[in-house]
Design a protein around this ligand. Sequence first.
Ligand code: ZN
Length: 104
Amino acid sequence: MGRIRRNDTVTVMAGKDKGKTGKVLRVIPAINRALVEGVNLIKKHTRQTRNDQQGGIIERECTINMSNLQVLCKGCNRPVRVGYSKLTSGEKVRFCKKCNETIT
Ligand SMILES: [Zn+2]
């Protein structure tokens, strides 16, 4: 289980999009990268290949290294470090290391 999961709200801590916040669209654990809504946009030039397609420049997200991301805690309302704790049931939960709020 990774620190960051799909549908988490994360903040970018480094790089050209530093300070941006977005929703995690996809996590790719094998390469330690994630796709975050509105973050690391790249311009893609497309050509009109069919009549129902528009040519020109479109922007789309490119994956970003997860070490540059931190989960936004709803309790603190800022990016925080995430810890793990094990419940008596054996289930692992994530929590905010600042306010101890459980992150779901
Ligand atoms: Zn917190």
